[in-house]
Design a protein around this ligand. Sequence first.
Ligand SMILES: [Zn+2]
Length: 154
Amino acid sequence: MIEVQRDDLDTQALTQMERVEQLNKRLADFDTVLTERSRLRDAAKAESAERHRDTAERLSELERERAAAAAGVPAEAMALFDEVADLHEGEALSEVQVISARHREYACSACSTEIPFGVYTRLLGEGGAVVQCTSCRRILHLPAETEATAAKKR
Ligand SMILES: [Zn+2]
């Protein structure tokens, strides 16, 4: 009888020990997961800080470039640029779209409003002429190739 009870106790003790072992193993696994998560979080934090730094650097670089570019533009034109940019979420410029050069048909590429031939020739002629679209008020400019050709003739 006593022998049987001892066996029982041994078995119970063994079972308990096995459970403790299992719990320890689960704890160890949990620690591993936790360590890995912490590592990932720290890495993400570092990357985010670095990106923030890069963005801040790029922004100040762009601000310097903008200031340098703006320095060559007359104050009046700059004020107009800022005013129109505010109207169109920063898009102050619009390229003149050639609908038909033969029929002298041109349009504002941003809002599709027709641009009179006279306005087009003003852009072709005077260097630095600031001409706005009569509808959306964006500052008009010629397509790059047209501008290059016109610049040679001036
Ligand atoms: Zn327009």
